[in-house]
Each structure stands twice: as C-alpha cells, then as structure tokens.
Design a protein around this ligand. Structure first.
Ligand code: NAD
Ligand code: DAU
Length: 333
C-alpha cells in the first residue's frame, strides 16, 4: 500500500511505520510537525525507506502539496496533542490539532476520495466502574484532550454519512513500549526509578488502565486498515488491566529501585477512574493482542535501560521545565 501517515514521528506512529515498512513493504510518507513529542530519531531504522515531510495537519496547503498529483491509497492519522495533563494546563492547542487538524485531513481525503483511518482513544467513552465499553457505548469525554479526540471521531463518521468517505476509527487503550515520551506514566516511572527520583502517584493510585503493547496496537490499526468496513469504529484494547500503584510497584521491582520513592501527590482534576474496552468486533476481523503486560513491561524497562541515547536529550531539555512546573510543588521542591 501507499500510505500517508500523519504524526508518524511520535511514539505509536513511528512503531506503526516500522511495522508497515518491514512487514508489508508499504510505501510510506510521514507528515509530522515535530512538536516536543515528535522526533525524527524515532524513524531512524526506516529513514532511508520513507519520505518525510515537516508540516502541520491543520495547514491545508501543506496537506495538498504532500498529497501531490499521485495520492496515497490511504491516510492514517496519528497526529495529535496527546497528554491529558497538558490539556488541563493549556487546552487550546488540543482543539486546533486534534479537532481542526483532523477536519483539514478529512476535507483533503474527501476531495480525492481517499480511504481514511483515524487513530483514536478509549478516553472518548469516559470512565466505567465495571464492565467494558463497546463501539456503540455513549461518548462522555472528561478532559479537554478526550473532548477534542471525540470531536475528531464525530467529524470522521460524519464524513462517511454525509459524503460517503471511506473513513474508519480505531480506538486504542493505554499504550506502552519503547520510545514513549516520558511525560506518560510508564516511561516517567521507569526513568525516575532508574535515576532514584520520586515516583509521583496521583490520588490514591487505584485508577485502572487497560495496557496495550504498542506493537499490538500498530498491528490492530493495520488490521482495521486492511479489513475494516467504511463508516465503522473498532475498539483495540490490551489483554490486562492494572491499578496504577500495581504498575509502579512492578516497575520498582524490574528497575531494582527503592519502594520508598513512591510519593502520593494531588490528584489530576477530572481523573477517569477506569477504562475498559470490549474488542470483540476487532477480534471478529482476526486481531488479538499478543503481548501480556508482565512481558511487555519487562521488555520496556530493558529498552529504557539500554537506550539512554534516546531519552538523555529529552530529560535534559524542555522536559525538565515541564516536569518542574507540573510536579515541582507537589513534590515539595
Ligand atoms: P505522541 O505524542 O507520541 O505523538 C504525537 C505525534 O503527533 C508527534 O510526532 C507530534 O510531533 C505529532 N503532531 C502533533 N501535533 C501535530 C500537528 N499539528 N501536525 C502534525 N503532527 C503533529 O502520541 P502517541 O502516544 O504516539 O499517540 C498517537 C495517536 O494515538 C494520538 O492520536 C493519540 O490520541 C492516540 N492514542 C494514544 C494512546 C496512548 O496510550 N499513547 C492510546 C490510544 C490512542
Ligand atoms: O487511554 C488511552 C490514553 O492513554 C491516550 O489516549 C492518551 O494519549 C495517553 O496519554 C493515555 O492517557 P492517560 O491519562 O491514561 O495516561 P497517563 O500516562 O498520563 O496516565 C496513566 C495513569 O497514571 C492515569 O491514571 C494517571 C496516572 N499518573 C500519570 C502520571 C503522568 C500518575 O499517577 N502519575 C503521573 O505522574
């Protein structure tokens, strides 16, 4: 296939691009704004095999130029502002990229009748105490991040209903694995544990997330692209759910750190208690997650331990300022 992958220099997008190039021989163009979370280094294993365009999805001219006169078979959109805490502190950029940017891509896809796949999140359903969300559960986002992703999903399905655009949505649960920016729970806790820093756990630490190894999500998205029906939404969740405190405790064990590093800090406003997805619809297309959390987590800790070249420049740059601003007071600095 010939693909335009937007946001392909980020954590999940770069994993997806690697899988498509290595396992499918796809011809891939990556379009990415290279925000704080996007890095060309994430694509270094495939850089000679892909085309890279630096640009923003909300810029219609860049999109038109990138698609050119020989458009791809499909657009897959990963590009987004993705961190819930940042969306609470500074929400506007989330609407621009996640909602408006998606709209610009949909319009470009409509003009050229391209297949379109939107990468979305379980957070659009909100929190669930027991049971699991199906694709027809009501949407009830809690944060500016999840609200902007919900807006994008609704635009995608509206383009199918209104214009017949062959568009689909794939909603993933919490991803983890190599190359995840260390603002997110798992890489943050791994790097802090390896460095002997505090491990800031929000609230009572008993919020539950459903963990999905990033390669499993990449393959799930590929499955939807190949076998999904236009206009449909597909959930893609991990095999194991876990309370945050259990995740942090396992990381401490794997990193050989001191449990007294755990520090309970003020809770995130509007913090969703539990996410859970029913993935029968995607299983019906032949997909299932292969990686158990215990194995994927151990692989992920090893990857961060062995790849300081990847995270050292992040930890010493703008991330430090973000970290001090976000956690400084909570950790009594
Ligand atoms: P990430 O933050 O690692 O990467 C986002 C990428 O988008 C970066 O490369 C960034 O440079 C790029 N980007 C941001 N704004 C852009 C813009 N305006 N134009 C072009 N590129 C832009 O995110 P991720 O964790 O890899 O998430 C990728 C997608 O998957 C997102 O849409 C996210 O909502 C979704 N998702 C993430 C998870 C998760 O657990 N991380 C789970 C389910 C769904
Ligand atoms: O569920 C899918 C979503 O997962 C994606 O759509 C988002 O892009 C992604 O960021 C992620 O959102 P979460 O808010 O669930 O992930 P985060 O890693 O920020 O937090 C996971 C849990 O850990 C959550 O309950 C909050 C808690 N947490 C997080 C951080 C950063 C802490 O207790 N301490 C922390 O320092």
């Amino acid at each position: 296939m010939k693909l335009l992958v937007c946001g392909g220099a980020g954590f999940i997008g770069s994993t997806f691009v690697g899988l498509r190039v290595r396992e499918h021989g796809d011809e891939v163009t990556v379009l990415d704004a290279l925000t704080y979370a996007g890095r060309q280094e994430n694509l270094r294993d495939v850089e000679s095999e892909i085309r890279f365009v630096h640009g923003q999805i909300e810029d219609p001219e860049v999109i038109a130029e990138t698609l050119g006169s020989d458009p791809p078979d499909a657009i897959v959109n990963f590009a987004a502002e993705t961190h819930v805490d940042r969306s609470i502190a500074d929400p506007y950029a989330f609407s621009v990229t996640n909602a408006l940017g998606t709209h610009v891509l949909l319009e470009a896809a409509r003009q050229r009748a391209l297949r379109y796949l939107q990468v979305s999140t379980d957070e659009v359903y909100g929190s669930i105490e027991t049971g699991s969300f199906t694709e027809s559960s009501p949407l009830a986002p809690s944060s500016p991040y999840s609200a902007s992703k919900t807006g994008a999903d609704l635009l995608v399905t509206s383009y199918f209903h209104t214009y017949g655009l062959p568009a689909m949505v794939c909603r993933g649960s919490n991803n983890y694995g190599p190359r995840q920016y260390p603002e997110k729970l798992i890489p943050l806790m791994i790097l802090n544990a390896l460095a002997g820093d505090h491990l800031p756990v929000y609230g009572d630490g008993r919020n539950v997330r459903n963990w999905l190894f990033v390669e499993d999500f990449g393959r799930g998205i590929g499955h939807v692209l190949a076998h999904g029906r236009p206009g449909e939404v597909y959930n893609c969740g991990g095999p194991d759910e876990c309370e945050n405190i259990e995740v942090v405790t396992r990381i401490i064990e794997l990193a050989g750190a001191d449990p007294s590093l755990i520090e309970y800090v003020t809770d995130r406003p509007g913090h969703d208690r539990r996410y859970s997805l029913s993935c029968e619809k995607l299983a019906g297309l032949g997909w299932r997650a292969r990686t158990r959390f215990i194995d994927g987590l151990s692989q992920t800790v090893d990857w961060y331990r062995d790849n300081a070249w990847w995270w050292e420049p992040i930890r010493s740059g703008a991330y430090r300022e973000y970290y001090e601003r976000h956690y400084g007071r909570a950790l009594g600095r």
